[in-house]
Design a protein around this ligand. Sequence first.
Ligand SMILES: [Zn+2]
Length: 542
Amino acid sequence: MLALLGPAFLLLSCSTKTKVDLLIYNASIYTVDSSFSVAEAMAVSDGKIVETGKTSDLQNKYEAKDKIDAQGKFIYPGFIDAHAHFVSYGQSLFTVDLYDSKSIDELVQRVKDFDSAHPNEAWILGRGWDQNKFPGKSYPTNEALNKLFPNKPVLLGRVDGHAAIANDKALALAGVRAGDKLTGGEIETKNGKLTGILIDNAVDLVSSKVPQQTPAKLKDALMEAQKNCFAVGLTTIDDCGLDHATISFIDSLQKTGDLKMRLYAMLSDAKENFEFAFTKGKIKTDHLDVRAFKVYADGALGSRGACLLHPYSDQPGWSGFLLSSQQHYDSVARIIYEHGWQMCTHAIGDSGNRTMLTVYGKYLKGKNDLRWRIEHAQVINENDFKLFGEYNIIPSVQPTHATSDMYWAGDRLGPERVKGAYAFKQLLEQNGWMPLGTDFPVEDISPFKTFYAAVVRKDAKGWPANGFQMENALTREEALRGMTIWAAKANFEENEKGSLETGKFADFVILDNDLMKEVSEKLLQVSVLKTFVGGERVYDTK
Ligand SMILES: [Zn+2]
């Protein structure tokens, strides 16, 4: 009996090891839990985290189908971009890339090159120009585009998406005429002639005439966007403003398994989207969350469409404008409040922000957990910061906007007012937590650039030497939380993602260097070795 018991007992003790899908060990795992603890190993099963702990403990406890020796590398929760435009980023990859054009001639040359490479496109679309990078910093006109393309419509978006240049053919197709006026937009006219420059709502007059993309092309755009985003460690993206048909298409691609990116999709402020939302109700799958509306208060600072309390310092008499009427914001807030959805409003100027803080306050009344968000919260009057705390309004900010705009923000705002701009630390203090994003394709998709801009507040060349308005820099831990657990919280998803804890999705990245310890000059070189979504390897440098 005894002789038989020995081996049987051994067999039994081996089989008591719990089977898991994946065990990662010899790592520095920043769990981003409440005590910011660091673990060495992590066990994963069925797409979720089973346990984190010491390498020896987890090796003794678990038997894994797949094992990864991390060789001392650094693991972080998958990055969440709390404000981006995933769909339009994907689409932009298939249009003329105008980012960092140094002159109007260069812009035109890039359009010409694109047209030769894609002669069958009915429209030439592009994005990314910024007149602040042209000599003289003035807006381009459409003259050269009219000469080159008399019969083909051309529409080229500014980097911020809040202005565009259209050629005469495109303007004619949209029925835009010199002297036309509209609410929340500007059609630039000089000497009685259209220049082609369209600001804010005026852009929609032309963009609404662009033929709808085929599902096949849209799928290509999303797949390409996903590939690039996984390569920089993003595992959840907030897409800030989509129509319901696009969201349904995304849902179908996620259900077939093609699209593995998790998305928090905000519906755009349009009648048919409200009907869709309140008929269908909130949508929640492992990959998709729809429970929010995106509204626009004003435009952007770069195109002087941001609504300011006092005139622009570099354009006397001009204060920008709101994109809709006060009454519209009020009625939208009321209906969103009544249905228990989340309201997320783009507000850049101090007047745009004050308008929305006041409308929000009317419905939220005092402390609450509805997590209504102000997207960008870019220029805040010193008297208004406290309203974020009073009504628990969540500022959702983009650190790279600070380092992209710092060259000219002072010109637009003047030396006093600029102190209330990109005031991330002051905003963070209002609620004690704050999500971070990029607003890509306005900025680059890289979360490392967000981290660097939030903490170091310099450009890639190390300018300015002492950092831009450093009193508003975030600590590394705050920046990391903003890109992970606080971003999850802004989406009501803090119980399922944003940190590496038992029961949460196994969404994580393995980095070659340590974001928390790398010297600031080298932070932008930190890169992703592998990205996992739900325990599945979706990007690997090997
Ligand atoms: Zn945006």
